[in-house]
Ligand binder design. Structure first.
Ligand code: G3P
Ligand code: CA
Length: 242
């Protein structure tokens, strides 16, 4: 199984990111897991969309947090990508978790609380994962240091990982202090030394966002635990050849 190939925002090179069609396609292509991003609506519903603002990936304007779930469902989340996807809406976290009951893929649920630090997002997401009994297949990740501290305090029995693009000589030590299971690092931080140092402390490394064949092969060769790619079909093909 390892290294785990996560479809980043679903198979997002070929279908609109963070939508059910992108997740379906990732599953069809044989991805091991789905990576997705969570924001909260005005009525506290966790929804899957990367940006705080709906402008880039829907036909609407404004912030996710200013829409109720019902209002958000009116938006078209597929046409910006291709007219084929014009009936696509922004999925909820619950939709993905229910869909995954049969697929049984790994889920990397990223809390998008770097710009807007949504109150209670950690608890809300933990509860939804638990409600669907998806604890064993899920990992929560975030760039937000304070949020990691809150996850540590929450102690909700779902692994959580530190997402980072910053160089830090003591990344593994920091990971230990935060109680994280993994380090989700930007490709430029990847080194054999870091992968091995983390492994020695039973902390895994997963690398984002890797779309170039050379980089994909390098991640796999260095023994990282996983990678995030917009093109899961390509990563799977390379993994088979190595
Ligand atoms: O989880 C890895 C990666 O998705 C983090 O960056 O901006 O694509 O959410 P971003
Ligand atoms: Ca993400």
């Amino acid at each position: 199984m390892a290294p785990i190939i996560y479809a980043h925002r679903g198979a997002s090179k070929a279908a609109p990111e963070n939508t059910m069609p992108a997740f379906e396609l990732a599953a069809k292509q044989g991805a091991d897991g789905i990576e997705t991003d969570v924001q909260l609506t005005k009525d506290q519903i966790p929804v899957l969309i990367h940006d705080e603002n709906v402008r880039r990936t829907t036909d609407g304007i404004g912030f996710v947090q200013d829409y109720t779930y019902k209002e958000l469902q009116e938006l078209d989340a597929g046409s910006w990508f291709s007219s084929t996807y014009s009936n696509t809406t922004i999925p909820t976290l619950d939709q993905l978790l229910a869909w995954n009951k049969k697929k049984k893929l790994k889920l990397n649920i990223e809390l998008k609380n770097g710009v807007i630090d949504y109150e209670h997002i950690e608890k809300i997401v933990c509860e939804r994962i638990q409600a669907h009994k998806m604890e064993k297949l899920s990992v929560i990740s975030t760039f937000n240091f304070k949020s990691l501290k809150r996850l540590q305090k929450l102690n909700c029995a779902i692994p959580y990982s530190y997402l980072t693009s910053r160089r830090n000589p003591d990344l593994v030590q920091l990971a230990k202090e935060l109680g994280v299971t993994g380090l989700h690092i930007r490709y430029r931080l990847l080194s054999k030394r870091l992968v091995e140092k983390a492994k020695a402390e039973k902390i895994y490394t997963a690398v984002y966002t890797v779309n170039h064949p050379f980089s994909i092969a390098r991640v796999l060769r260095l023994g990282a635990h996983g990678l995030f790619t917009d093109i899961p079909s390509l990563a799977i093909q390379i993994k088979k050849k190595l």
